[in-house]
Design a protein around this ligand. Structure first.
Ligand code: CA
Length: 661
């Protein structure tokens, strides 16, 4: 009896191995020649300790066929033209990720763009990935075009379906696609059921009545199809914005409560949007520990240059040379990747891998916008074509164009592979080269209009190993008198340091007597007091929500009438005189509000200035002028906020106390 069971199990395993995923037939293939070891004379890579052999080094490369149709070719380090998937594999990439849209075409068969990523595109890519020994992560968006935290639009064909029908359609569609991939011999290792499904999927929002119940039903339908067709593949659920820790806690809870059958909780991590690596490892570890799941980074990326090469603006780059400690250089890009891998391996519970997003999406041409635009339209090689306007009128319809990440690829504008790609291989043993300055950190000085103009004598060189070293700098001459008489203004001064260009941003200001007025140093100097109990009141690290710098003070309360607090600072060592105080706020959903800036002298409020919150990115500045201060008195400046609306939220930034003009 026992023997029979074992025999049947063996037979079943044999059948499965010929029909299911991971079944690329190995019998007829010639033995692979031993891979050339990856070496570099110029790229510094600090070893990632404890790196498992099978750790996923992934690359999303969904646009390649559309780019190739547009004339793009890829070249290896020796200048020879090669299959880009072979180049990726040779440099340590062991997994390819590909997105799938149900039907990214209009009624005339014109592609929406973004690679026109349908199932046929995924099969073509999957076959090439498999050919070079890499597994495939199949990323279903369950939409006809981009799905992300901003939009989760239903496929055209499913638009009027009730939830039961949609559930069945999603199951059938997933099953059909995976069967096609398996039949094509593709080595499917993982399947993502939805993309950045932050509380929405396939047209359903979690804020609707029963929203989570329906979203998770769809996820479960996708998961069921994966289990049936690809029993060896991992099922991943994917979210974005790990900096919103409370949201991640709620995603984990909902997946558990509604019993979604999944293996991997995956997160995007874009360093310029998504908080710190410390925070990322903490939120993922919490999920891994609480629900016994694997976790990974499904998308990350960084710029190797600030330059755009295809006449279509980029997500990051122009207008800034550095974000989050890494310079926009190949070394900076490699260091970011190395640090994300290190975080997932060494600081995160059950971390299994890191995928880089669209590291092969480069410019289709460097000659003119017109030439490129024609290619984007014809082959779908830009982020969106005009043909997407009907399906996505508000975003693609208005802003369709080229590639927004060509400066974050691992290939230059002509398709030549960059040295930085080697990081995926070199992290295994490390690659120590002689340390030297790689870039110069921008200097920032704030000078009082009433004081001296002194520029820094040194600037920070960012070394290959991402450490900082102060080196001498030579600034071009500045017109000091003009700067002093020019009032509050900003100037850019250029110089030279270590043979590289140095930049100093000079802000001429009425000196700010407040400490940490822009919250760049966290809570330092500030006291926040919750008068009522509500959900969030804290310093937040988010450049897009800050008036200046990366940080601001954030508040949010879910219930009606719950938000009431003060945020204030006691000013020390102030000389007698007249002063002006200002503080800025933006926010929304406040309902009826009472918000004012105030000044307290010796514990008594002596002056207030009312302000308000309206909508995102509309900042309001409250100003109190002519504060008459006498040395020895205690002086406190602050802001009082009270909101009646449910979900009231806001951001406070840039407080200043300066000499009255
Ligand atoms: Ca671009």
């Amino acid at each position: 009896m026992k023997k029979t069971i074992r025999f049947l199990a063996l037979l079943l395993a044999m059948i499965l191995s010929f029909t299911a995923c991971g079944s690329s037939s190995e019998e007829s293939q010639p033995p692979e020649p031993p891979a050339e070891p990856v070496t570099s004379d110029t790229l510094y890579v600090q070893k990632v300790e404890n790196l498992p052999e099978d750790f996923i080094m992934g690359m999303d490369a969904s646009c390649v066929p559309a780019l190739e149709a547009s004339g793009v070719k890829y070249y290896d380090y020796d200048g020879s033209e090669k299959d880009v998937y072979e180049i990726l594999s040779a440099n340590g990439i062991n997994y390819i990720r590909v997105r799938i849209w149900n039907d990214p075409f209009d009624g005339d068969g014109k592609g929406y763009g973004g690679g026109n990523c349908d199932i046929a595109n995924a099969i073509a890519i999957g076959k090439r990935a498999t050919q070079y020994g890499m597994k495939l992560l199949v990323n279903f968006h369950y939409s006809d075009f981009w799905a992300d935290p901003g939009k989760q639009m239903t496929p055209k064909a499913w638009k009027n379906m009730a939830i039961d029908e949609k559930e069945a359609a999603l199951y059938d569609y997933t099953k059909d696609c995976l069967q096609q991939l398996v039949e094509a011999g593709v080595d499917v290792g993982m399947v993502q059921v939805g993309n950045e499904t932050n509380g929405a999927l396939c047209g359903i929002k979690s804020s609707e009545l029963g929203g989570w119940e329906r979203i998770t039903r769809l996820m479960q339908a996708g998961s069921k199809a994966v289990r049936e067709v690809c029993p060896h593949a991992l099922v991943a659920i994917h979210f974005a914005n790990p900096e919103n820790t409370d949201s991640y806690v709620s995603y984990g809870k909902n997946l558990d409560y509604y019993q979604v059958d999944y293996d991997v909780f995956a997160s995007s991590y874009y360093p310029f949007w998504h908080g710190t690596l410390e925070n990322l490892s903490q939120v993922l570890s919490d999920i891994a520990t609480t629900y016994h799941k694997k976790v990974m980074v499904a998308e990350t990326s960084y710029a190797f240059t600030a330059q755009d090469t295809d006449f279509s603006g980029n997500t990051i780059g122009e207008g800034g040379g550095i974000v989050k400690n890494y310079p926009f250089s190949q070394q900076g890009q490699a260091n970011l990747v190395r640090d994300v891998i290190d975080t997932v391996v060494n600081d995160t519970v059950n971390g299994i891998g890191v995928f880089y997003w669209e590291g092969t999406w480069i410019s289709v041409g460097t000659e003119s916008y017109e030439k490129n635009s024609a290619l984007w339209e014809q082959y779908g090689s830009g982020w969106a074509s005009s043909y997407a306007s009907g399906y996505d009128p508000d975003d693609a319809g208005k802003y369709y164009g080229g590639c927004a990440v060509d400066n974050q690829a691992f290939f230059d504008a002509r398709g030549k592979v960059l040295e930085s790609l080697k990081v995926f291989s070199l992290v295994r043993e490390g690659n120590v080269v002689e340390n030297r300055p790689d870039a110069i950190e921008d200097a920032n000085v704030v000078l009082d209009l009433k004081g001296e103009i002194t520029l820094p004598e040194t600037v920070n060189a960012i070394m290959l190993d991402n450490s900082r070293e102060a080196i001498d700098v030579e600034w071009q001459d500045v017109d000091e008198e003009a700067m002093k008489s020019g009032g509050v203004a900003k100037y850019t001064v250029y110089g030279t340091a270590g043979g590289m260009e140095a930049v100093c941003y000079v802000s001429m200001v009425n000196y700010n007597f407040l400490q940490n007025g822009s919250f760049e140093e966290g809570e330092l100097g500030w006291v926040a007091t919750q008068i009522t109990d509500f959900d969030e009141l804290k310093v937040e690290d988010k450049v897009t929500d800050s008036l200046t710098g990366n940080f601001h003070y954030h508040f949010w309360g879910a219930a009606a009438n719950c938000v009431e607090f003060t945020l204030e600072q006691e000013v020390k060592e102030l000389k007698s005189g007249l002063y002006d105080y200002a503080i800025s706020i933006m926010g929304g959903d406040g309902g009826e509000t009472e918000i004012y800036a105030y000044v307290k002298l010796n514990g008594q409020i002596v002056s207030t200035a009312a302000t308000r919150i309206t909508v995102y990115n509309e900042w309001h500045t409250a100003t109190i002028e002519g504060i008459d201060y006498t040395e020895g008195d205690s002086i406190v400046v602050g802001i009082y906020v009270k909101c009646a609306g449910p979900n009231a939220w806001g951001k406070i930034d840039d407080a200043s106390l300066s000499s009255a003009a």
